[in-house]
Design a protein around this ligand. Structure first.
Ligand code: ADP
Ligand code: MG
Length: 240
């Protein structure tokens, strides 16, 4: 579904993505791990074209990523992204947060968008919170709203960039559970996370990055039980 070939990117003199080759199949769950500053967020952001690349190619369903205009807006709808900070609209209710983009971008009718939004809120365990404002919810609840909001656009791919890193520990699991269920339902996902339990249990593949390069790309059991590279062993020794 997603193919990156020979992708390179610099920030000034910093070579942040170095010859990245990565293929993500439909229904695959890829967990991206690696030290801070290794380029994980930048890599995610190139896939919905929040960042441009200097060389190489990225295709989604065989098509090169669109550069601009309506096609780019469609790409952003098809590739959902959930960040560490939830970025909900503070002055809108939970329901309105979830219906806004489908009405504006997907041109859905209000009633249809609300029906779908309520289904999605139910799916993330927040059916009874539809009329609240984000500030009235916990961090874990807000992140689940953010996931529902992305799903409302019917994405074919979901990118998660450290979705639980800003959460208090007791809220991490409720968000991971929603992600696990999405994975089980066959959503194609790329997940940047430090939650190694999630990586082990939910990922089809772990991609380990360091210094802008993909160093290892293997099934989680193999990666965690016998990391091949010194850098991966060093990284795992610090976090496990
Ligand atoms: P990670 O998500 O793995 O921590 P990032 O992709 O955020 O890594 O960043 C990779 C490197 O690029 C880091 O050294 C970071 O400081 C740098 N970087 C990220 N975004 C920018 C930017 N917009 N301008 C300049 N440097 C950046
Ligand atoms: Mg990051």
């Amino acid at each position: 579904m997603v193919v990156l070939q020979g992708v390179n990117k610099h920030y000034g003199s910093l070579h942040v993505l170095r010859d990245i080759d990565l293929t993500v199949d439909e229904r695959e769950v890829v967990v991206l791990i690696g030290p801070s500053g290794s380029g994980k967020s930048t890599l995610c952001r190139t896939i919905n074209r929040l960042e441009t690349i200097e060389s190489g190619s990225i295709t989604l369903d065989g098509q090169p990523l669109p550069e601009e205009g309506k096609a780019l807006a469609r790409l952003r709808a098809e590739v959902g992204m959930v960040f560490q900070s939830f970025n909900l609209f503070a002055h809108k209710t939970v329901l309105d947060n979830v219906t806004l983009a489908p009405i504006k971008v997907r041109k859905r009718g209000k009633a249809e968008a609300e029906k779908r939004a309520r289904e999605l809120l139910d799916r993330v365990g927040l059916a009874d919170q539809a009329n609240k404002f984000p500030a009235q919810l916990s961090g874990g609840q807000q992140q689940r709203v953010a996931i529902a909001r992305s799903l409302a656009m019917d994405p074919k791919l979901m990118l998660f960039d450290e979705p639980t890193s800003a959460l208090d520990p007791e809220m991490i699991n409720e968000v991971l559970e929603v992600m696990r269920s999405l994975a089980a339902e066959g959503m194609t996902m790329i997940v940047v996370t430090h939650e190694m339990g999630f990586a082990r249990s939910a990922a089809n593949r772990v991609v380990f990055m360091a210094d802008g390069q993909i160093v290892e790309s293997r099934p989680p059991a193999e990666f965690f039980d016998s990391p091949q590279s010194a850098r991966a062993r060093d990284f795992l020794s610090k976090i496990l």
